[in-house]
Design a protein around this ligand. Structure first.
Ligand code: PLP
Length: 408
């Protein structure tokens, strides 16, 4: 076994251990009695139009439909997605700017393979989806972490000072996992200005990669800002894992700004990377499905209701959290513990202990350390609302014990 993989296995064992313990708790107490908010696996069924389309496609006998296809995907699917992305990003793209991918994870690996030279840097904003580290490493790139602002918005000055001659890309994720933050158009324009200035000075315009599998999951009139019209060297990676609840089907796409430097060569590089990474092409049946479903999503209102229910649970025990504007996560600050100085908790040492403590009350979440942010915890509310409401009592008891209070 490769040393790098062995090392990765031992360093990720904490989260693995948590999953194993969660599974063991479910065996003992029954899954319905465990308040499992640890996984970002959408529980909503795909919309009815998905099942209808799937059945129609399965019943069509089109010759050659199970064979190889162009590595970039079916031309008609790429064209349908180009139309959707054009509307979302305020810029006219066509099928040549879209490459179908094996989810957003496959898309990110494809992009990194296509753009990274050894020791090139990818700037990410902390807290972040930790798989980015492994994906960059797969392609000999280095992750450079920049702290976000206190409200988890992008720290533009931090990004500016992290830029170097080695910067190949800045990677953003909005709506954000784990914070639920959605960046505004103004923020993205300001980021674009910083990247353009850096490009003018150094001759190397970093890519702006927008990882947006949660684009459609936004609440209370908030809109996910366009990226492709904000900066010339921008690349969107996305998937239907969350918006259509198709995470297991592994279907996503990459969309390029038509104004990117050498856009045609970049598209060729991405198509080559798709092929040689062994994906060859994105799943055929799912391509044909999503082509007909570009206007569909799961019922977003359900996630909003769950978010509100979860906020109520946390408010009742006085846990501070970042107001979630999108995605289906709530990022909560570990509260002060009995007998511990406030500064100690503020230094962020207690998320692992708090996570362990909650487990005693059958509540599961992910420590902030799993996203590079100690002192915080992520709860995923892509679970049935009854479970969220039923967790209120367990939270109450858990917090009273944590704070050393008497329960009246
Ligand atoms: N990016 C972020 C921020 C995610 O949270 C996830 C999955 O949870 C992914 C990418 C990977 O998504 P996919 O299932 O489309 O590969």
């Amino acid at each position: 076994i490769a040393k790098e993989v062995k090392d990765a296995l031992s360093s990720s064992s904490l989260i693995r251990k948590m999953f194993e313990e969660g599974a063991a708790l479910k065996k003992i107490h029954g899954a319905e009695n465990i308040f499992d908010f640890s996984l970002g696996n959408p529980d909503l069924s795909p919309p009815p139009a998905f099942h209808k389309t799937l059945l129609e496609l399965v019943n069509e006998e089109t010759p050659g439909v199970h064979g190889y296809m162009p590595n970039a995907g079916y031309p008609e699917t790429r064209a349908a997605i180009a139309e959707k992305v054009s509307a979302e990003h305020g810029v006219l793209i066509d099928s040549s700017h879209v490459i179908m991918s094996v989810g957003a994870a496959g898309a990110l690996n494809t992009v990194f393979k296509a753009i990274l030279n050894p020791a090139d840097e990818v700037i990410v904003n902390k807290p972040y989806f930790m798989e980015y580290r492994a994906y960059a490493k797969n392609h000999r790139g280095n992750i450079i972490e920049v702290e976000t602002e206190d409200d988890f918005n992008l720290n533009l000055e931090g990004i500016r000072s992290a830029l170097s001659n080695e910067t190949a890309a800045v990677l953003i994720n909005s709506p954000n996992n784990p914070t639920g933050r959605v960046y505004t158009s103004e923020t993205l324009k300001a980021l674009s200005a910083i990247l353009s200035l850096h490009g003018e000075k150094t001759g190397r315009y970093p890519y702006l990669i927008a990882d947006e599998p949660y684009r459609e999951i936004v609440f209370n009139g908030i809109k996910t800002a366009p990226v492709l019209n904000a900066y010339k060297n921008s690349i969107v990676v996305s998937s239907y894992s969350k918006s259509l609840s198709l995470a297991g089907e592994r279907i996503g796409y990459i969309a390029l700004s038509p104004d990117a430097d050498e856009a045609a060569l970049l598209a060729e590089a991405l198509i080559y990377a798709t092929r040689v990474l062994g994906f060859v092409n994105a799943p055929a049946l799912m391509q044909r499905c999503v082509e007909r479903l570009t206007k569909e999503t799961v019922n977003i209102a359900v996630y909003r209701e769950r978010r509100d229910a979860f906020k109520q649970v946390l408010d009742a025990v006085d846990i501070h959290y970042a107001e979630p504007e999108g995605a289906f996560y709530i990022f909560a600050k570990v509260p002060h513990r009995k007998g511990r100085a406030a500064q100690e908790t503020d230094a962020g040492e207690d998320d692992l202990a708090f996570c362990e403590h909650l487990k005693k009350y059958l509540i599961l979440g992910v420590p902030g350390a799993g996203f590079g942010k100690k002192g915080w915890m992520r709860f995923a509310y892509c679970v049935n609302d009854k479970l969220i409401k039923a967790s209120a009592d367990a939270f109450k008891k858990a917090l009273a014990a944590w704070r050393g209070e008497m329960i009246r």
